[in-house]
Write a protein that binds this ligand. Structure first.
Ligand SMILES: Cc1cc2nc3c(=O)[nH]c(=O)nc-3n(C[C@H](O)[C@H](O)[C@H](O)COP(=O)(O)OP(=O)(O)OC[C@H]3O[C@@H](n4cnc5c(N)ncnc54)[C@H](O)[C@@H]3O)c2cc1C
Length: 506
């Protein structure tokens, strides 16, 4: 068992079957695996010892992908940058770790060609990617349980349903990296939840349950997640199911941390880990940023690249504007999602399983996508105790009778004080009411992060895009995005296209 983790409760085979549970912070020690970026640069960026310096051109708070991207851009413009990070690692809601001999991603994982900002970074640093082979079997919900299907059969059915669900999306988002381009149309839809759309479609119950694994996973609940958010993702995917589904196919082969390490190696900022920021105070000339340990730093400009939900835990003077207060107090994104990596002794093959919302099946999505990998599973069910190994095994057995859990590990970003949620996802009306305002500076303080990105908001790509925006560097859309997506400096592995049989190529 990894240090600092409570053991799973009531386990049948204690010596074999242990549950590891962590918020991002609790596993600080374990994060120091070879794949983690704990020991990055405090390299001198000029003659003065950076540990003694207190004054910078810009202070960036938060070393996730948004903060590290902004830092690199500012360093390229010759700025002296201090990057303050609360944890003992960089990456935030991405976290490359090792577990039972496997490299696992505890947070953000998949990247895609259709996500031009991250694709461009992979090419820039020539970081290899790998393609998931994909499932050989699909367990899909029926009204009476689960049915095992050939994945291509399952996806053909889902394709028709998703396409109907999203029928207005490309019209609402003619320029999907500019979400308010058709503000008039967005305003008509932004009050709806994904549940509202399902109700409006009045699908046969056996069809509706083929959609709610996704609508619940993305929204936390289908009722809470805004329809317009997932519609934008559909538009960003070019309006096809294959592309929408396909953005969960490729992963950086050396982990998401390889992107961060490459950016930091290039830019060599002064990076201070283990430095949670407590307060940010600005006056007419400068901003003072103070850590919980009482260290104070000043700069004429500060970039807050921490999650929106974390703003409420930091003291700002003067207080944040009304829109920022509303966003952080109401919360943005999914606040229930836990991600599990499960070592299944049985079955051992590649499979995918999707469970409908509201029927007591906790894992909305679960699967093994490469031979020999552990199974990845997501739950947003607040009544489910993922620390109880018996419950975990029971939940899997409902879908796959005879399944045997040997070991598993949980990451609970919503409980992590430096995340307070998982990926960004807006609630109804937040796009119209808040989005543009959240990108506005508050005096000398600017805000950045995937949670407030224009394009792939809630994804790694959005974090990088927003890091560029806040640093004043160009972001990608239209033909520039298409050109970045077409770049081929890295070898793109073949995907098992049989999976998408009958769906047409991307
Ligand atoms: C379980 C899960 C699965 C996901 N899957 C995918 C996926 O497959 N593909 C994809 O593209 N995206 C995925 N995402 C989303 C993606 O990981 C995030 O959108 C992205 O990493 C957010 O980056 P960020 O820089 O905006 O924020 P963060 O990564 O949260 O970075 C913010 C940083 O601020 C730091 N911080 C917080 N408070 C303080 C403080 N007080 N002082 C100093 N520092 C502070 C944090 O420690 C963190 O390092 C997933 C996310 C999760 C959680």
């Amino acid at each position: 068992m990894e240090s600092g983790q409570p053991e799973g409760r009531g386990l049948p085979r204690r010596s074999l079957f242990k549950a590891g549970v962590a918020g991002g912070l609790a596993l600080a020690g374990a994060a120091a695996a070879s794949t983690s970026a704990t020991a990055v640069t405090e390299a001198a960026e000029d003659a003065q010892d950076p540990n003694l310096r207190r004054d910078f051109d810009v202070i960036v708070v938060g070393a996730g992908l948004a903060g590290v991207t902004a830092t690199r851009e500012l360093r390229a413009k010759g700025k002296r940058v201090l990057l303050l990070e609360a944890r003992d690692r960089v990456g935030g809601r991405t976290w490359t770790d090792t577990w039972n001999g496997h490299m696992i991603e505890r947070g953000g994982t998949w990247v895609d060609r259709l996500q031009p900002h991250v694709w461009r970074e992979l090419n820039r640093y020539e970081l290899p990617i790998m393609a998931d082979v994909g499932p050989a079997r699909a367990f899909m919900p029926t009204l009476t349980g689960f049915q095992e299907l050939d994945p291509s059969v399952a996806y053909v059915r889902q394709n028709a349903l998703f396409t109907k669900f999203f029928e207005d999306s490309t019209r609402i988002y003619p320029e999907p990296f500019n979400p308010l381009k058709r503000r008039d149309l967005v305003a008509r839809f932004d009050g709806f939840s994904m549940r509202d759309r399902l109700d409006q479609m009045a699908l046969r119950p056996e069809d509706e349950i083929l959609l709610t694994s996704w609508t619940s996973l993305y929204g936390g609940t289908s009722k809470r997640g805004a329809l317009t958010h997932i519609q934008q993702w559909w538009a960003l995917s070019g309006g096809t199911f294959e592309a929408f589904h396909g953005v969960n196919t490729y992963r950086p082969a050396r982990g998401t941390v390889s992107i961060l390490n490459a950016m930091l190696a290039e830019s060599k900022p002064v990076l201070k880990l283990n430095s949670p920021v407590k307060s940010v105070v600005q006056n007419a000339n400068k901003v003072t940023v103070t850590t919980r340990a009482g260290e104070a730093f000043t700069a004429p400009e500060v970039i807050m690249a921490v999650p929106v939900n974390v703003w409420r835990t930091i003291s700002f003077s003067p207080a944040l504007p009304a829109a920022h207060r509303e966003a952080t107090n109401v919360g943005m994104g999914v606040t229930e999602e836990r991600k599990l990596w499960i070592d299944l002794a049985n079955p051992k093959d590649r499979f995918v399983a999707e469970s409908p919302e509201g029927r007591g099946d906790p894992f909305c999505f679960m699967g093994r996508f490469n031979d020999g990998d552990p199974v990845v599973a997501f739950t947003v069910d607040t009544t489910f105790d993922e620390t109880d190994g018996n419950e975990v095994e029971r939940a899997i057995r409902k879908i796959i009778p005879g399944a045997e859990v040997r070991d598993y590990v949980v990451t609970n970003f919503p409980k992590d004080p430096f995340a307070l949620g998982t990926g960004g996802y807006r609630q109804p009306n937040q796009l119209i009411r808040l989005h543009a305002k959240l990108q506005q500076p508050h005096g000398r303080i600017k805000f950045a992060g995937s949670d407030i990105a224009n394009g792939w908001n809630g994804y790694i790509d959005g974090a990088i895009e927003d890091g560029l925006r806040v640093a004043g560097s160009p972001t990608l859309s239209g033909p520039a995005a298409a050109a970045a997506s077409a770049e081929e400096r890295i070898v793109v592995p073949m995907v098992n296209r049989e999976l998408y049989r009958g769906l047409g190529r991307r």
